[in-house]
Design a protein around this ligand. Structure first.
Ligand code: PEP
Ligand code: MG
Length: 754
């Protein structure tokens, strides 16, 4: 930024402050403001458009255009250059505006004589509430500094627009229908479970009262102190007992690094230099980021921005002396939090004992707050669009994390259904507790190995509670995703060691790093792909980057010294890939032996079967592996050519189809003939009806999420495999698209408990 720029803008800001603090109605003040901006920016025109109900931008004040246009000129969002600025929430500067394809000529304004235009969105709470524009007769090239100045001014104006004096606040908040009616919102499951409670809006906006500063040095100092306070609070958090172990600790370590991020702090510093107070500077950078966030589709970047948002909010609280909702001590005993999004630290602001659920407008399963919520056992629904617009504080709410839905102001019927469900859950939990030590054996004497899927250290505690026979799938990528850099061999060894210790002798199948697709590592440059699910992911990455694979294998070998180690390779599409992976493992074994390290007592090597092609090489595959595990999530995706993450087609094909089950039966018979144990570890295995079908296909090992172990065991203990196998043999010949109804009826007729 040129040295002159801050002084220009500071002078302007000081004048604006005087106008805003002065008397007169809001429109009068707005008129004076556009006059001031025009003079200061040496522009013939300065106009302010305000967003009205129905996404229409209305001209509210102008210096330089015909006064008759005020309240007459209206543009829809996306229409004309002003509408374009609002639609994209970003500035636009054009030396020759009239030749721009989006230019929309409005005769009432008399603007045909002005050639250049520069406009910025007026953003408030992440929403565009207006547009501020300057125009010049000449073909002027506006500088970056001038755009910055306009953005700063727009921020000051946002307060005026949002004050409700220009248009009523109701117009600024888009509300669909009657806010008092019951409403069901859809989102995605980020953490299962049901919560019934009272809505609390996370972080109601902090009103910044002081925007313009007298002394930038003082503001820099205030910022420094606020940052130091936050770091201290983080240190305190780290000393809490629940933070001793687990990936949520890694998540917060990453967060701590953001408090030192030079780029972000630099932007705030620059904003202070332009004459804003520290809080206004944080707010400005924060608003810019939010607006940009809505344009970003990259999941990794979006998630990191959430962490910055969290930090910005926290800074604002410190600087403005206002606490967020949490610090006011008003949290109801059954709070359901609503947030646009949340950073990992924010959840710790609330008393976990009082939290019954979390609903966010954004979010993805790998997002940091979801990992923390899992640690705290709070149901979470994400991507619940417009939730904040539709909920009112203290509304009664039901969060159904299992099905990714939220009921606002539910009717008594809905509430009763869910309280019954909650009660039943508790009763079932008691029943399942009794079941945990009973064997998973069918009525006709077939023993099933019931294993559990895990991905976080905290899952291990469930292993003993649910009585699973071991961990059939340990997704090692989750700890990688929670950290800020690739964990080295020592860090991985420590983690795998802890896992094996906590498994206390029960077997654990470690799956090597399965990233790519929708699982993005923060420190790995995301590689732009049109079809990430079919792209450079999983074993394709680790074979191309053998050092990563070798380090992981080395850590696993070290962690399992003197014990049994089971390693499984994901997304293997051809036997040659498995051979290559085994070769890396052999190299690591030799490496460890050469160093004189104690080796595992036994190493079992298996493959996941997730890509159909591999099933056509069973004869050459089976002699090379100690076990096979079908990843039914990816398998269904590739078998049906259906994106597993796309809700639109989620229910289009049924895993209980003749095609999928014929496939399962084929693989099971091949494995059985070769004496190679076969398991299924996708979601399918955890649903009792599907698990019944898998047993009928010949599968004898199921690896399921911990809450699914007991229902699946209950099913197993009530089933005779013989009859269902015969029935399935018959059904597989049918042309049906799904066998679900038939299998369900069979279960009912044969008293199989589903
Ligand atoms: C699967 O694809 O079924 C599987 C278990 O792996 P993930 O869900 O981790 O891709
Ligand atoms: Mg998979």
């Amino acid at each position: 930024m040129s040295p002159a720029a801050p002084s220009v803008s500071r002078r302007l800001l000081a004048r604006l402050r005087d106008v805003m603090a002065g008397g007169g109605g809001a429109e009068e003040r707005l008129n004076r403001v556009v006059g001031l901006i025009a003079a200061d920016m040496v522009a013939e025109v300065c106009s302010c458009y305000v967003m009205r109900a129905g996404e229409v931008l209305e001209l509210f004040a102008t210096e330089g255009l015909k006064k008759g246009a005020i309240h007459n000129t209206r543009l829809r969002v996306g229409e004309g250059l002003v509408g374009d600025i609002a639609a994209h929430a970003r500035p636009l500067a054009l030396a020759d505006a009239q030749s721009h394809p989006n230019f929309a000529y409005r005769p009432e304004t008399g603007e045909e004589i002005f050639h250049s235009l520069m406009g910025v969105p007026i953003i408030r709470g992440g929403r565009v509430v207006g547009v501020l524009v300057v125009q010049n007769r000449t073909m002027r090239h506006y500088t970056d500094e001038e755009i910055e100045t306009m953005e700063t001014v727009a921020m000051v104006l946002a307060e005026l627009v949002a004050s409700g004096e220009l248009v009523s606040r109701d117009e600024l908040v888009p509300v669909d229908g009657n806010a008092l009616l019951p409403l069901r919102l859809e989102g995605i499951r980020l953490n299962g479970g049901v919560g019934i409670g009272t809505a609390v809006l996370h972080n109601p906006r902090i009103i910044i009262r002081r925007l313009v500063a007298e002394d930038p040095d003082l503001e820099h100092e205030r910022l420094k102190i606020a940052l130091a306070d936050i770091k201290k609070a983080l240190d305190d958090l780290f000393s809490r007992p629940e933070m001793r172990d687990g990936e949520h600790r890694d998540v917060l370590e990453t967060y701590r690094m953001f408090t030192e991020d030079k780029g972000w702090l630099g932007k705030i510093g620059e904003a202070i230099n332009t004459g804003l107070t520290a809080e206004a500077a944080v707010q400005k950078v924060h608003e810019d980021m939010r607006a940009r966030m809505s344009q970003i589709s990259d999941p990794y970047l979006r998630e990191r921005l959430h962490d910055f948002e969290d930090l910005a909010n926290r800074l604002l609280q410190h600087l403005s002396g206002e606490g967020g909702a949490a610090s006011k001590g008003e949290l109801p005993a059954d709070a359901i939090l609503f947030a646009r999004s949340m950073g990992p630290m924010e959840l710790f602001d609330y008393d976990p004992k009082r939290l019954r659920g979390l609903v966010m407008e954004e979010g993805s399963p790998t997002m940091h707050v979801a990992i923390v919520a899992r640690a705290l056992d709070i149901p979470v629904v994400g991507r619940c669009k417009e939730a904040l617009d539709k909920v009112e504080p203290l509304d009664p709410v039901v969060v159904d994390g299992d099905n990714g839905q939220v009921f606002l102001r539910p009717s008594d019927d809905i509430r009763d259904i869910f309280s019954d469900a909650l009660n039943q859950r508790q009763q079932r939990a008691a029943h399942y507790a009794k079941l945990k030590d009973l064997p998973a054996i069918t009525r006709d004497g077939i023993a099933v190995r019931l294993m559990m899927n895990a991905g976080l250290l905290l899952d291990l505690q469930h292993l003993h509670e649910c009585g699973a026979d071991g961990i059939g799938l340990y997704r090692t990528e989750l700890p990688f995703m929670a950290r800020s850099s690739l964990p080295d061999v020592a860090a991985q060894t420590t983690l795998y060691n802890k896992i094996l210790d906590q498994a206390a002798g029960k077997p654990v199948v470690f799956r090597t790093l399965d990233v790519g697709g929708d699982k993005v590592l923060p420190y790995w440059n995301p590689y732009e792909e049109d079809n990430p699910a079919l792209g450079w992911r999983s074993i394709r990455i680790t074979l191309d980057r053998p050092a990563v694979m070798r380090h992981q294998l080395r850590a696993l070998i070290r962690a399992a010294a003197g014990r049994e180690l089971s390693i499984m390779f994901p997304m293997v599409a051809e036997v040659a890939e498995l051979v290559q992976a085994r070769h890396l493992l052999d190299m690591e074994i030799a490496h460890e032996k050469g160093k004189g390290h104690v080796l595992p007592e036994r190493i079992r090597v298996g493959t996941m079967l997730e890509v159909p092609a591999l099933a056509f090489q069973m004869d050459s595959l089976l002699p090379l592996v100690d076990f096979v595990s079908i990843g039914s999530n990816d398998m269904a995706q590739f078998l049906f050519a259906v994106d597993r993450g796309n809700p639109r087609i989620a229910d289009r094909y049924d895993p209980l189809s003749p095609a999928m089950l014929t496939f399962m039966r084929y693989v099971a018979s091949k494995c059985d003939a070769a004496g190679v144990p076969l398991s299924v570890c996708g979601e399918m295995a955890g649903r009792p009806l599907e698990a019944m079908a898998l047993l009928a296909c010949g599968v004898r090992i199921l690896s399921v999420s911990s809450p699914a172990t007991s229902p699946v065991k209950t099913m197993i203990r009530s089933l005779s495999v013989g009859p269902v196998r015969d029935y399935l043999d018959h059904c597989l010949k049918l042309p049906d698209r799904s066998l679900r109804d038939r299998l369900r009826s069979f279960a009912l007729d044969h008293h199989v408990i589903l």
